[in-house]
Design a protein around this ligand. Structure first.
Ligand SMILES: [Zn+2]
Length: 353
């Protein structure tokens, strides 16, 4: 029966005091994720009010913070390769991993048994349209190199993610662009749900859910953003975060099957999407790259990155996460994924040419 994109529309009335208490109808659309027990909600009346939720990103403020923090920044060269923590030689002989302008080193305050930080680029601060594919690829490649070393050293570390927070509203404590990589014996809760549901789908239907999703979305087209090499980019039907974009490495059944070319293709999509976000008026983001168990080959799971926007950075900004996200584990759709996809097309086409 394939992939189901289920949505429910609910219309209820109330008496509007702004209109003499005449009855007025309010519409809420609920979109169910085709794999997870998850739904996102959309109220068409809120679409024109995005600015009430997301103030204008204040790049002048970001630059001010950048100036004030540059001197003390340990991710700026040459400090990043001199004073940052080092791994023991029996794990990483050089202490840190380096690729191009990127440097990986231990997180001083880890949240998982192995937890590294990747300084992405030598520039202390950059705008969303300044993340080149080559730079992002070097950062991602370091994360995957690190996970390979982690699982070689201790095969019990079966689960890993390469993630990013950009700017304080997205959880970053430093403005210097950086990624993070975490490895653990247990899958993180969302990673666990994705793996569990993907395996259940495969056991039930004999098919890889993600490959079916790609086929279906390619045919429909309205959420299909583009493809570089074998990496496919889609707007999420029922996003787990604002403006969520998926980057799926089709055909890579394990960490060891992710090639240097795949990483560059994934980075090209991230770079294009960040430009699109900037044009949409957003200035911050998170991403996580979800991988199957590190030493295993999993025909039932496709490694994929999930990229989202977060609240903009301006004085007295309000957090974008409220009970809906933090406690009810749902998400609010302000821009419909299909409309976001339309805005993104230009940047994916540019990157393709
Ligand atoms: Zn810096």
């Amino acid at each position: 029966m394939g992939i189901e994109f289920r949505e429910e529309k609910h219309i209820k009335t109330f008496h509007n005091p702004l209109n003499n208490f005449t009855p007025e109808s309010q519409e809420v659309l609920i979109r169910f994720d085709p794999l997870l027990d998850h739904f996102a909600v959309f109220n068409p009346a809120l679409e024109d009010k995005v600015r009430l939720f997301f103030g204008k990103h204040d790049w002048t403020l970001v630059e001010k913070v950048a100036q004030a923090t540059k001197e003390a920044c340990f991710m700026c060269p040459p400090k990043v390769r001199e004073i940052t923590p080092r791994y023991p030689e029996d794990f990483i002989p050089e202490g840190r991993l380096v690729r191009g302008e990127c440097t990986l080193f231990p997180n001083l305050f880890p949240i998982s048994p192995r937890h590294a930080v990747i300084a992405v680029g030598e520039a202390h601060f950059r705008k969303l349209d300044e993340f080149s594919p080559e730079l992002v690829a070097d950062g991602l490649a370091l994360g995957l190199d690190f996970l390979r070393l982690v699982t070689d050293e201790d095969p019990a570390m079966r689960f890993g993610c390469v993630c990013a927070n950009f700017l304080p509203p997205a959880g970053a404590s430093l403005v210097h662009p950086h990624f993070q990589v975490v490895a653990n014996k247990e899958a993180f809760p969302l990673q666990h749900r994705l793996l569990e549901k993907s395996l259940a789908h495969y056991s039930r239907t004999g098919k890889n859910f993600w490959e079916e999703l790609i086929t279906e979305e390619r045919a429909r087209g309205e959420r299909f953003l583009g493809q570089f090499g074998r990496v496919v980019f889609l707007a999420s039907f029922a996003p787990l975060g604002s403006n969520e974009i998926l980057g799926l490495i089709e055909g890579a059944g394990s960490l060891s099957e992710i090639t240097r070319e795949d990483i560059l293709d994934l980075a090209r999509g991230i770079s294009a999407a960040l430009k699109g976000y900037e044009e949409m008026g957003y200035g911050t983001f998170n991403f996580s790259l979800f991988l199957p168990p590190l030493g295993e080959r999993t025909p039932w799971f496709t490694p994929h990155l999930r990229l989202i926007t977060r609240q903009n950075f301006y004085e007295n900004y309000r957090t974008d996460d409220y009970f809906l996200q933090r406690q009810l584990a749902s998400e609010l759709i302000l821009t419909p994924p299909e409309k976001m996809a339309q805005m993104m097309h230009k940047f994916f086409k540019q990157e393709a040419s």
